[in-house]
Design a protein around this ligand. Structure first.
Ligand code: ADP
Length: 464
């Protein structure tokens, strides 16, 4: 059975409160009772002494027992749960509470015994008697016997006090539990509400509503992180979705143009409108070649984007490599009246020479393609202890800023209206990025429309 966060949190809050309150009640109760017991025992002692001293004083006044005074002392004591008996020197009774009011004494004994036995059965108490001598200046003149429930007892006032104390503790316990419950519910609500929001939106995103975002903030760090992660995930999915749709549309469009031309040509020839001469057949053949190139591009891309792009690594001088690439394509630059210059010293790097060359070729051919006649291209190679940076810049047409984030995506072309045969299929940069990534390097772009473009490839000298 699965419980919600709210239920779980509320239950744990109540549980913690319950345990705390129970422990506090138990400890304070035990402590209070212990203190109260010690106080009662001490108090009993001083009460005994007070009775004996009162009786001794009465005797000392005129060396005689005055039973009416002793009676008032005894009745007072009786009301506090003590049975007093006074005997003279010869042992004959001067005053005895049991004799004075036997019924009341019995009633009190049974009342206190019942109270104490009910409440503290483990005490196994009973009535005990203590004897104290009454002395004048020279000799012992009699005895005072005080009987009470021992080892200690609580009278009705004491018990009422203990009961009030217990009620207070219970009240505090119930109040703190109610407080814990309310706090628990509020806390749980505060936590579960944003999580429910995340769940709801994540559910919508998983159903394909990629534009949904989690609104609202939370002051819980983890929830904020979760929210922004899900929102980022939605961004990525939305971008992927846009690219996927564009990819399908692009592939279809890319194929349709040569296919439509081919179909038109063939139909015209079948219908006899056109003669199937060499020129027409050659034009059909050109279209087939375009289709084939397109399919080839797709295949190449799949290979480069495959997870295990195998690298055949060796150590070589990248500046030297770039120099020979520029040499072999120099004629194309000269033909288009674009200058191409290389700056930088020799930089040794351990990488797949062919694949890195492919990256340079792609970037250079883009610079050539997208720079109008009279422009210039520059390649700068520089190195640090761990990295080699290759910067390829041109002063050509540039890339609109809204297209910049996508140019490394498959089939993405900044200028869609451009002639497809001049521009490539839009996979050159995708392949370049796949190669750089496989080398654990980084490729980035900066561009300004109609001003120029700068590509920076950063490669580790030695891959870890
Ligand atoms: P393509 O085969 O179309 O050149 P790429 O993947 O090499 O494909 O480049 C993707 C897009 O990026 C290009 O279509 C172009 O719009 C833009 N681009 C790349 N390099 C440059 C550059 N040096 N100057 C201007 N635009 C560029």
């Amino acid at each position: 059975m699965k419980y919600g966060l709210r239920t779980k949190l509320s239950i744990s809050y109540i549980f913690v409160a319950l345990v705390c309150v129970a422990l506090i009640t138990l400890f304070s109760n035990a402590l209070l009772e212990k203190q109260f017991k010690e106080y009662t025992i001490k108090n009993q002692d001083s009460k005994d002494k007070a009775i004996v001293s009162q009786i001794t004083q009465q005797y000392m006044i005129n060396e005689k027992w005055q039973s009416n005074v002793i009676e008032s002392i005894g009745v007072n004591a009786l009301e506090s749960g003590m049975i007093v008996k006074v005997t003279d020197k010869s042992g004959s009774i001067v005053w005895d509470a049991m004799k004075y009011n036997n019924g009341y004494c019995e009633q009190m004994i049974s009342h206190i015994s019942r109270n104490m036995a009910d409440r503290y059965p483990e005490l196994k108490g009973g009535y005990v008697s203590v004897e104290f001598p009454v002395k004048n200046a020279f000799e012992e003149v009699g005895k005072v016997q005080i009987s009470y429930y021992g080892p200690y007892f609580y009278n009705d006032n004491d018990l009422a006090f203990i009961n009030t104390l217990n009620k207070l503790l219970l009240g505090a316990g119930i109040l703190s539990m109610a407080f814990a419950l309310i706090t628990g519910i509020i806390m749980a609500k505060r936590l579960s509400l944003p999580i429910s929001r995340v769940i709801r939106t994540a559910g919508m995103i998983s159903k394909g509503y990629y534009s949904d975002r989690i609104a609202g903030t939370s002051n819980t760090k983890e929830i904020m992180q979760l929210t922004s992660t899900i929102n980022d995930l939605a961004d990525t999915l939305q971008n992927q979705e846009v690219l996927r749709k564009r990819l399908t549309a692009d592939v279809a469009h890319e194929l349709r143009t040569p296919l439509a031309a081919l179909q038109g040509h063939l139909e015209a020839m079948i219908d006899g409108i056109w003669k199937a001469d060499l020129e027409r057949l050659k034009s059909c053949h050109d279209e087939v070649i375009r289709i084939n190139r397109m399919v080839g591009d797709l295949e190449r891309l799949a290979r480069f984007e495959g997870e295990n792009l195998n690298l055949d690594k060796s150590e070589f001088d990248i500046t030297d490599r770039i120099r020979s690439i520029i040499k072999s394509s120099e004629i194309e630059f000269i033909t288009k009246d674009i200058t191409v210059d290389l700056y930088g010293e020799a930089q040794k790097i351990n990488a797949d020479s062919d694949k890195i060359s492919q990256v340079i070729v792609n970037l250079l051919s883009n610079a050539l393609k997208y720079t109008p006649a009279g422009g210039k291209t520059e390649v700068n190679v520089s190195g640090s202890e761990h990295n080699v940076d290759i910067v390829i810049s041109d002063n050509g047409m540039g890339i609109p800023s809204e297209d910049l984030p996508y140019i490394f995506e498959r089939f993405y072309r900044a200028d869609k209206s451009r002639n497809r045969s001049t521009g490539g299929a839009g996979i050159g940069l995708t392949i370049s990025k796949a190669i750089v990534d496989a080398h654990k390097g980084n490729i980035s772009v900066k561009s300004e429309l109609n001003k120029g473009t700068v590509f920076t490839v950063s490669l580790p000298r030695h891959m870890g």
